[in-house]
Design a protein around this ligand. Structure first.
Ligand SMILES: C[S@@+](CC[C@H](N)C(=O)[O-])C[C@H]1O[C@@H](n2cnc3c(N)ncnc32)[C@H](O)[C@@H]1O
Length: 386
């Protein structure tokens, strides 16, 4: 079931986040079902939060996850594989928790455990209840800054991935002020002692980059995640970041699916931001010439620019990798994880780019299977023709 943009008026950022989850989770769960006997979804700050979809909660993170878990479980049952699926849903607010508990009953194929209270107090026990050989996906989507160290038992699991929302806009305003101790603790976790001075010394994009690195390092270093790419979710009517979705995985396969899902989320962001601005313009409530530079159209949106710049840089890097190969050839699988780790491009985009170069005679690709092949296998050997 595709998520419906109509449920997200006034909370377009949630639409971007949910578009990501809606694409990522079924792909992840599908892979898990063929390799693991149990999948556990942990939603640490579950809500429901401003849900407009009524009783089916299809515009909430837990609703999206439980729907996909149900579909995948049924699919694999029909193939003779009984994969156990559990979900822990934690919510502090009593009114939201009451709704959450009711909603849980809608998913009889999943063992759902709603837990009232603070995620900080539940995380360790949840982690302890998950057998080592089971796979867990944890969503940490608070409104502020939780005590991040209390989440570590879940993040440190080996068979695990996570998505963590870092509220950049708040961090940018309050970081280094000691007004939010949990934010200070988060940023200090993996940082140099002088991180506050470093932040104060820069502004704009550099400052944003520094905050992002501090937030990411704190999450990835101790648990030892190999990949920690970030989706920047923007304010709707301003060209500024609101929050950062930090994705954590140990596997290149996870990274590959992440980039496909990120692409879907960035496209959704460009479309919703430009539609919101157009609507404001029609009603005459868009301030002055705020977007006179044309940055309100989809091709110019910040998300679209991220994709465009990433593709340009990925082309350069791949070309350099293939040109500098010691043995003359590199396989695709030697190249793509390094590129996808840092740039917002998909594996299939990279494959099509290679095919274009091959057809133009710019690369040698011996034993290319057929002219119908657009995306080479990971074993395909490649060499840049000088
Ligand atoms: C941003 S909303 C979550 C939205 C949800 N993840 C989604 O995408 O549909 C944050 C939720 O966390 C709850 N909350 C706040 N602090 C909490 C805490 N320490 N532990 C658990 N829940 C908390 C709030 O009541 C709110 O419902």
């Amino acid at each position: 079931m595709a998520i419906d943009a109509a449920h997200y008026e006034g909370r377009e950022q949630a639409f971007v986040k949910h578009t990501f989850l809606d694409k990522y989770l079924p792909a992840l769960i599908g892979k898990i079902c063929s390799r693991y006997d149990e999948f556990v979804y942990v939603d640490g700050f579950a809500g429901p939060w401003k849900s407009a979809a009524g009783e089916n909660f299809e515009d909430t993170s837990f609703g999206i996850a439980l729907n996909h878990m149900t579909s995948q479980r049924l699919l694999y049952l029909s193939r003779g594989r009984n994969v156990r699926m559990r979900a822990y849903l934690v919510e502090k607010d009593p009114a939201s928790f009451a709704q959450l508990r009711q909603a849980a009953a809608r998913y009889p194929k999943i063992e759902v455990t709603p837990l009232q209270g603070k995620m900080e107090d539940h995380a360790a026990a949840i982690a302890a209840s998950i057998p080592q050989q089971s796979f867990s996906f944890t969503l940490i989507d608070p409104k502020g800054f939780p005590a991040i160290s209390s989440m570590m038992p879940l993040l440190q699991r080996q068979n695990a991935e996570a998505l963590v929302n870092f509220m950049f806009d708040f961090a940018n305003r309050f970081g280094g002020t000691d007004l939010i101790p949990t934010l200070e603790a988060w940023l200090s976790t993996g940082a140099a002692d002088d991180w506050r001075e470093q932040i104060r010394a820069v502004s704009g994009e550099q400052r944003e980059q520094l905050y992002e690195e501090l937030a990411v390092e704190a999450l990835r270093r101790t648990p030892g995640y190999v990949y920690a790419p970030v989706i920047t979710v923007d304010k709707v009517l301003h060209n500024r970041a609101l929050y950062k979705l930090i994705f954590l995985t140990r596997h290149s396969e996870g990274l590959k699916v992440y980039r496909d899902s990120e692409r879907r989320a960035l496209d959704a962001q460009a479309a919703t931001r430009s539609a919101s601005k157009a609507k404001r313009r029609e009603t005459g409530t868009l301030m002055g010439d705020l977007f006179a530079d044309g940055s309100d159209a989809v091709p110019n949106d910040r998300s679209t620019q991220v994709i465009r710049r990433s593709q340009e840089e990925a082309s350069r890097r791949l070309q350099a990798m293939l040109a500098n190969a010691d043995s003359g050839f590199r396989t695709l699988k030697e190249c793509w994880p390094l590129i996808l780790a840092e740039l917002s491009v998909t594996h299939s985009w990279l494959g099509r780019q290679i095919n274009d170069w091959r057809k133009a005679g710019q690369i040698s690709a011996p034993s290319w299977p057929s002219e119908r092949t657009q995306i080479p296998s990971d074993e395909q050997k490649l060499r840049w023709n000088a």
